[in-house]
Design a protein around this ligand. Structure first.
Ligand SMILES: [Cu+2]
Length: 799
């Protein structure tokens, strides 16, 4: 995108030429971002005084640019706070310390083999909650910084995964083997590990070797092969899916062949193969199944013979340039606006209204810490409003997708994406697209599948924006003559913390959103490419065609979140307010009639089983956390959950891969908080969902007392997706945004946003001779000008 500097306006007011695109666009931005506020202030009664730095009515082009670094302190390493993720230096120190420990026999991952010992993943080992609270609420010292390091130990018998705690940071001197008492497997089998680069290297060699034998079949069927096929026709490329088998410990992965065009996900050719990679003796690994022409073969040789003797021959012509277009994002179709003009932008006319110091964010009455957990990405800790903690932790736990289909891949695929490490897939966000251009972008450090920390540039962003809808408003008017009597309103400005993870084909956008009325909202949005297969009549029952020979199949998206709710302390109670129908015919003002109406009863949930809730439309309910304090009206102060976006887990409990996401049995489940029940999932779920290392159901099964205890809510959002032609090239976030909210519920005596400076009250002057506008002392001046967009570089990750 090329952006030109506009020429300086001659007068105090903007003189805009239609062709001066930049100036026009920024004017639009100003109008949009100031919105109602600006309009009102132009007609203000004048009880606002210009700020000393305001340039009166001067054009914004004479202003200094809004600062990118204003109110932001990025570095967090000196020293890190208790919630800070591992720093680059800490990661290096931990790696080097461990490599020096001869007993662990570690090899650098680049030199590691499947039967060796190497570092698989590394992250912060957060101290126990009690220690953290003693530190941040009391006067105790900051707990020692520790790292949790996951090792692949293919060298041991049995081969296993190990978790080690390494401490103290930044200069470790000790390491102890960590055994989480809530884990269901000891030792953790190596077969529960995701396929990493060490294993992938061997598997690709097997694929290459076997496909070399079948080069003439590939070329005869698809016009291209897997080798020596550089050129415009494109190679075939192979990708594996998960889980690797149907039984615990099985490691048999199916692979797809696709044409290596842009958007290759949408060019499956109908060839699928299976590698058997059980055990650590890679010389025994094989390619043991081939699915071709909708037929299963038990060896490459059998497949080649069936092709050579003409029994099975399928030809999938190379798509021409036009046919390839469908998987790209190249603009096509008639131009809706000519010449093309920029859309509205988000801009902060008087600078940022929040500040960030390291991981700590302060936004108006909110403050919290941002933490990069690794496998499940960005989360927030110690979330406070008006200095009262609402939640100790709000965190995405898992993003899962359960597919249905007929062919080997579509009928096998069930994804548990935390195992793929969302932080390592949180790639660079694009200003003005992924986050508004006024956002602050942060790098993170990832240690997964690498020999050292990998910098993920601009991998999450924080921004304030105008949601474009009032948080509240009312137009008071006289019913008789229609004249207004007063107006009260407020824009819903929010602060958003966002990251996006690209897990192979799909992209997820995860937001933590802070509203000014004390509401926290979590949003998961799905976009990216759908998983597609080569069309066959059997799979046609599971989806729709998105191209002449490509079909995308049904699946269910499921997301799990953890909310460690602390309403005015850690001792809380969980109630459902059950909404029922009552019939009354006893009311004198209803004499002779029956009135059917809603009522509700408050049900205290005593134990975890009682609070593991499967949503039923016939039993609507509120989910309420209550403290032991009351508001001004004697009602217990609390927060409630509202779930917008639920889907039934259609895979029955304890079948197939379902145990790996047993949290999906419940829309909300409340458990007594335990440090060891840290997560509803683990990085081992994907490759052993049948007998998972973390089985969420076990958190509920012990059925502990949850009255006046420290409680955690596990929230499941979901969406069924039957893909359609408009899912090509990408699923749109529109209609695929799932949210839940944590809302004050009798917590305040009135709407907390009444304290906001963003409210506006308008009243008519006597005889409707003008209006009195109260905008809380805000003025409508701009003290800095928007930065220009400069999308000239992307993707320069330093590792
Ligand atoms: Cu989908």
């Amino acid at each position: 995108m090329e952006i030109h500097e506009g020429t300086k306006p001659k007068s105090k007011f903007w003189k805009l030429n239609r062709l001066q695109g930049w100036k026009l666009a920024t004017l639009i931005a100003v109008i949009i971002s100031l919105g109602l506020m600006l309009v009102i202030l132009v007609t203000s009664s004048g009880n606002d005084s210009p700020s000393p730095t305001s340039p009166d009515t001067d054009s914004y082009s004479e202003l200094k640019k809004c600062s990118k670094s204003d109110s932001i302190t990025l570095q967090n390493e000196d020293p890190p706070t208790v919630f800070d993720s591992l720093t680059e230096m800490e990661m290096v120190a931990v790696r080097d310390y461990l490599l020096y420990q001869t007993g662990l026999l570690l090899k650098p991952i680049e030199k590691a083999t499947v039967d060796s010992s190497y570092i698989y993943q590394m992250g912060l080992s957060l101290p126990n909650k009690a220690d953290v609270l003693n530190h941040i609420d009391g006067n105790s010292q900051k707990p020692e910084r520790r790292a949790k390091v996951v090792l692949a130990r293919g060298d041991l018998n049995p081969p296993q995964m190990q978790e080690w705690i390494v401490f103290p940071l930044p200069k470790p001197t000790s390491h102890v083997l960590y055994k989480n008492p809530s884990y269901q497997r000891d030792p953790i089998p190596l077969s529960a590990k995701m396929v990493d680069k060490v294993e992938d290297k061997v598997l690709k060699e097997i694929l290459r070797r076997e496909m070399q034998k079948a080069e003439h079949v590939l070329k005869g069927s698809y016009g291209v092969g897997y080798h020596d096929c550089l050129g415009t026709e494109g190679c075939l490329t192979f990708f594996d899916i998960k889980p690797a088998g149907f039984a615990s410990g099985e490691r048999k992965s199916w692979w797809w062949a696709m044409r290596d065009f842009e958007g290759f996900y949408l060019f499956p050719v109908g060839l699928q193969v299976r590698t058997n990679h059980e055990g650590t003796n890679t010389s025994a690994w094989t390619l043991d199944r081939v699915f071709y022409n909708n037929t299963l073969f038990y060896s490459v040789e059998e497949w080649i013979a069936a092709y050579d003797n003409g029994i099975h021959r399928y030809i999938d012509p190379v798509p021409n340039k036009r046919e390839r277009q469908y998987a790209t994002y190249n603009r096509r179709g008639p131009l809706p606006l000519d010449p093309p003009l920029q859309g509205p932008r988000v801009y902060e006319p008087q600078g940022r209204r929040y500040n960030i110091s390291g991981s700590k964010v302060k936004y108006l009455e909110w403050d919290f810490h941002i933490h990069n957990q690794g496998s499940s990405g960005i989360r927030v800790y110690d979330v406070r409003f008006r200095n009262e903690r609402i939640a100790y932790e709000i965190s995405l736990q898992e993003a899962a997708v359960m597919y249905g289909g007929w062919d080997p891949l579509m009928s096998t695929a069930n994804y548990m994406d935390a195992s793929w490490n969302l932080a390592a897939e949180a790639f660079e966000l694009v200003p003005g697209v992924d986050c508004p251009e006024n956002a602050v972008y942060f790098d993170t450090w990832s240690y997964f599948n690498t020999h050292g920390p990998k910098r993920m540039k601009n991998s999450y962003c924080v921004f304030e924006h105008n949601t474009g809808i009032p948080l509240r408003r009312h137009h008071g008017y006289n019913y008789h003559d229609g004249r207004y009597t007063y107006y009260g309103g407020m824009v819903d400005y929010v602060l958003v913390v966002r990251f996006a993870a690209t897990v192979w084909n799909y992209d997820y956008i995860f937001d933590y959103i802070f509203h000014q009325n004390g509401v926290v909202e979590c949003r998961a949005s799905a976009t990216g490419y759908v998983q597609a297969t080569h069309f066959n009549t059997e799979d046609a029952r599971y989806g729709h065609k998105i191209a002449p020979r490509v079909l995308a199949g049904i699946h269910t998206h499921l997301f799990n979140y953890k909310v460690d709710v602390d309403v005015l302390g850690t001792a809380n109670r969980f109630y459902t307010y059950d909404i029922e129908t009552e019939s009354r015919s006893d009311l004198p003002w209803y004499q002779g009639y029956q009135k059917d109406q809603p009522r509700f009863t408050k049900n205290l949930k005593q134990t975890e089983w009682q609070a593991a809730i499967q949503y039923k439309f016939e039993n609507p309910k509120y989910y309420v956390f209550r403290s032991n304090q009351t508001n001004a009206y004697g009602t217990p102060r609390g927060f409630r959950f509202q779930l917008n976006g639920m889907a039934k887990q259609v895979v029955p409990p304890r079948t197939g891969a379902e145990p790996g996401l047993s949290w999906s049995r419940y829309q909300i489940a409340i458990t007594k908080r335990k440090d060891e029940e840290d997560s509803s999932t683990s990085l081992y779920s994907q490759c052993d969902p049948v007998n998972p290392v973390v089985n969420f159901e076990s958190y509920v099964q012990d059925d502990e007392n949850i009255v006046d205890e420290d409680l955690v809510a596990w929230v499941t959002l979901g969406k069924h997706h039957i893909p359609h032609s408009e899912d090509a090239p990408s699923t749109a976030t529109t209609g695929n945004q799932l949210t839940f909210l944590l809302l004050p519920y009798n917590y305040f005596d009135e709407d907390a946003s009444l304290a906001s400076i963003d409210g506006v009250v308008i009243r008519p002057k006597s005889g409707y001779q003008g209006a009195t506008v109260d905008s809380n002392g805000r003025n409508g001046y701009m003290t800095c000008a928007p930065l220009q967009l400069n999308l000239t570089s992307y993707g320069d990750i330093n590792s």
